[in-house]
Design a protein around this ligand. Structure first.
Ligand SMILES: [Zn+2]
Ligand SMILES: [Zn+2]
Length: 367
């Protein structure tokens, strides 16, 4: 027996194929969605509410965070017109596909990634985030959660722990990214000096996730004053990029770092981060960007530097991120901006994020 759920009109309990939002005359309902209509152009349009297939659940989006990827796709024009962006969401199950079991209407959920196979070459090399047996991600065109409803396969559903505020649960995906970035570079090894370039939502989460694991020797380089302030509140030492020393040829800078996380996506920051590394240091690319950095290969050779990329999540997916969020060890008030925005404000908020005016994660509230 399905549980009644407030909100959109549902089919009869037990009749799960009809168990989805309906218009008054019984035809398919529509929902508001922030649709990408061209480069740096987003319009709130009415789209049909998606129809769950046999193995899908329909979710009413509670909150959806704006990600750096959304900024690149929308503001830099990579996304295809017609795309609905937004992948960092938490919401409530409002309809179940015919064959769905083990999840109740009204449950607050997030949607994990498909599990890595564990046997392909990247999986065997300990890099499950790039398992080749998963369907290739479509980075340019997808139906996301800057909309009232989103459809997700039952296999990807993870219930949100009751102890966790559903709004904070919308931070699960980027927390999973930060955890993976931490593990990929063994950042919890004692005694490491760590540099983070960029104190936007990704850089701040990196600092907070490291701190929650006892890694506190972290310096943040960030040009925007508001973002520097926030990084300092999280316990990091802060510097302006111009204050970082120029690299002497063939030798480390005076107080070098063992590990640098490039979270800004800016080419200059990547070059600077590489310059600040100690011999045998590692640069980790976390933030994507349009302009490609120039790499000083001579420096990489002489100091035996490593550069690596980190993509998506550990093999365990979202579960450890949900646990960490529910533990209360992350200062959520510093990581999430206090004011949620409606769908109509997605584009202006993206511009403010790109300009560095907002430090933390901004949550879109589609209803
Ligand atoms: Zn994201
Ligand atoms: Zn695999």
């Amino acid at each position: 027996m399905v549980r009644a759920h407030p909100g959109p009109r549902m089919g009869l309990p037990g009749d799960r194929s009809a168990n989805r939002p309906m218009s008054a005359d019984g035809s398919g309902a529509t929902m508001p969605a922030a649709v990408l209509t061209g480069p740096a152009a987003i319009e709130v349009q009415q789209l049909p509410v998606p129809d769950p297939g046999p193995d899908d659940v329909l979710v009413e989006v509670g909150w959806c965070g704006i990600c750096g990827t959304d900024l690149h796709l929308a503001l830099e024009g990579y996304g295809r017109p017609g795309t609905v962006l937004g992948h960092e969401w938490a919401g409530t199950v409002v309809a179940l596909g015919r064959d769905v079991t083990g999840i109740e209407l009204g449950t607050t959920i997030v949607a994990d990634d498909i599990r890595p196979c564990g046997t392909c070459r990247p999986c065997r090399r300990g890099r499950p985030a790039v398992c080749v047996r998963r369907p290739p991600p479509d980075h340019l065109s997808f139906r996301g959660a800057f909309a009232r409803y989103v459809l997700v396969e039952r296999a990807r559903v993870l219930p949100v722990p009751v102890a966790l505020d559903p709004r904070a649960a919308a931070l699960t995906e980027p927390v999973a990214i930060a955890l993976h970035a931490m593990h990929v570079a063994d950042a919890t090894e004692p005694g490491l000096r760590i540099l983070v370039t960029g104190a936007g939502p990704v850089g701040l989460l990196m600092v907070a996730v490291l701190a929650a694991h006892g890694v506190t020797d972290v310096t943040v380089s960030e040009p925007a004053p508001a973002r520097r302030t926030r990084a300092a509140q999280l316990g990091a030492r802060v510097v302006e990029p111009d204050d970082l020393p120029a690299a002497p040829m063939g030798r480390p800078v005076p107080e070098p770092f063992d590990l640098a996380y490039e979270c800004s996506g800016h080419a200059r920051a990547a070059g600077q981060a590489l310059d600040q590394l100690d011999a045998a240091g590692t640069l980790v690319f976390v933030g994507t960007g349009r302009e490609q950095p120039r790499v000083n290969h001579n420096r990489m050779i002489i100091l035996e530097l490593t550069a690596l990329g980190t993509y998506n999540y550990d093999a365990a997916g979202f579960a450890p991120a949900l646990t960490l969020l529910a533990s209360g060890r992350l200062p959520l008030d510093l990581l999430i901006e206090p004011d949620d925005v409606p769908l109509a404000d997605v584009l202006p908020t993206m511009h403010r994020l790109a300009a560095g005016q907002l430090a933390g994660k901004v949550m879109v509230r589609p209803r």
